[in-house]
Write a protein that binds this ligand. Structure first.
Ligand code: CA
Length: 426
């Protein structure tokens, strides 16, 4: 095991019980100070560690980062492009500096003051310049549920679904960081029983519980990335809410798939949890039958045991947990997704985001969208304040969280949250 993931490690920085950011995690993000200055950072307990400041002081001068100044930037892209040796070297250095018995920052008041900042004093901002965003559809249970509702049980799973990870090219410009409000979209819909479409604000607004991964070193145009090489190109993961307007989707999605139903906003959590931190929680995925064609075969511990939860809070009300699932229920794994994406020679670039698709398990409580939780509005959810919901209303906040459960600690993703604002005038 990588020594940075040793469950016995502790830090001189206080890590409250249940914190998502023990010393075993060390995610990467970008924070903004009150003066607006952005800096690349890691998290430990309720603090952030200013990696830009540490780099200026030469802390990484004995790593492959020496002289590169990749942390003097407002995004992680330059660092992500360097590859796994550099990521591991930084992780090992940061872990070492934060370990309980290391006095280097702990006993240097001036350095500690400038590099370790209370998380409450900063705002987390978009950590990556995202060039392209692709959304998969890799949960068999989700695809079956939606297919059953839209096309009937006999045509639920399309003939291709068990043979390839279905996806569409999404919209990177509207990917936003947790906390950014989302306006209800407007568009064309065909009301039940109507003969002609109408235009107006979506009345069937939904969330989708997903996770996504970021591309580190790019792939070259014309050169497929194999399943076995895919991991070298994957920097880390975030939570994703792929907000969806179901009524717009239903009218527009054939024959080319979703367009306006998905392009008005996609929310990600601000901390990127690295594959190094997730490695101890790797596990087997669902059995794949029929066996995928050779170029998509994946073996061993091909996914990760990540607990997922979704909470819904009407404006001014307490949150109700409405979904509980696990990332490990996904049929297609992230290496298969990247191999499929690039098999034509399609290049991927540093900072590209590839999301899983809605994550639904077999238990009703693990359904990852309102569409499925309420079965298209037929079984409204009861919230703790006595209200009911078929779909999202203006003022509703959706908060997703996820974590890996270690022995006495959690490696978590923090929160992916957003609030629905009323539609803008068209
Ligand atoms: Ca989606």
């Amino acid at each position: 095991m990588d020594e940075t993931t040793d469950p016995e490690l502790t830090s001189w920085v206080d890590v409250p019980p249940g914190s998502h950011f023990p010393i075993q995690n060390l995610p990467f993000g970008v924070a903004a100070r009150s003066d607006g200055k952005h800096f690349i950072t890691s998290a430990i307990g309720n603090h952030v560690l200013d990696l830009s400041e540490l780099e200026r002081r030469g802390v990484f001068s004995t790593t492959p980062l020496a002289g590169k100044n990749v942390f003097q930037s407002a995004s992680l892209n330059q660092f992500m492009a360097l590859g796994r040796d550099s990521w591991k070297a930084v992780r090992a250095t940061v872990s070492h500096l934060l370990q309980a018995d290391n006095p280097a920052i702990r006993d240097n008041g001036e350095l500690r003051e400038s590099a370790l900042v209370s998380a409450s004093e900063v705002q987390m901002v978009m950590p990556v310049e995202i060039g392209d965003y692709t959304d998969f559809y890799s949960s068999k249970e989700h695809a079956t549920n939606v297919g059953t509702m839209f096309r009937g049980a006999d045509n639920a799973l399309m003939p291709n679904w068990l043979h390839l990870p279905v996806a569409y090219h999404g919209r990177a410009s509207s990917v936003v960081v947790s906390g950014t409000p989302i306006h209800r979209p407007s568009g064309q819909t065909l009301p039940e029983g109507a003969e002609a479409p109408q235009f107006g604000e979506s009345r069937v607004l939904d969330f989708e519980l997903e996770m996504g991964f970021f591309i580190g070193p790019p792939g070259e145009l014309g050169e497929p990335i194999s399943v076995s090489d895919a991991a070298d190109h994957i920097f880390g993961m975030v939570l994703v809410n792929d907000w969806s307007a179901r009524d717009i989707q239903k009218w527009e999605y054939q024959p080319l798939g979703p367009f306006l139903a998905k392009n008005f906003g996609t929310t990600i959590s601000p901390w990127i949890v690295t594959m190094e931190a997730l490695e101890p929680f790797s596990c087997a995925g669902p059995e794949q039958t029929p066996e995928p064609l050779p170029h998509l075969r994946s073996e061993g511990k091909r996914t990760f045991d990540i607990e997922l939860e979704v909470q819904l809070s009407p404006e001014g009300s307490d949150a109700t947990t409405i979904s509980r699932g696990n990332f490990n229920t996904l049929y297609w794994d992230i290496c298969q997704q990247l191999a499929h994406h690039t098999v034509t020679g399609c290049n991927v670039r540093t900072g590209d985001l590839l999301a899983s698709g809605t994550i639904s398990g077999s238990a009703p409580v693990s359904r990852g969208s309102m569409l499925e939780l309420t079965w298209m509005g037929k079984e409204p959810l009861k919230l703790s304040d006595g209200e009911e919901r078929k779909f999202l209303q203006d003022g509703d906040s959706v908060t997703m969280t996820g974590w890996c459960e270690g022995d006495g600690y959690r490696v978590g993703f923090g929160k992916c949250a957003g609030t629905i604002l009323p539609a803008n005038e068209v």
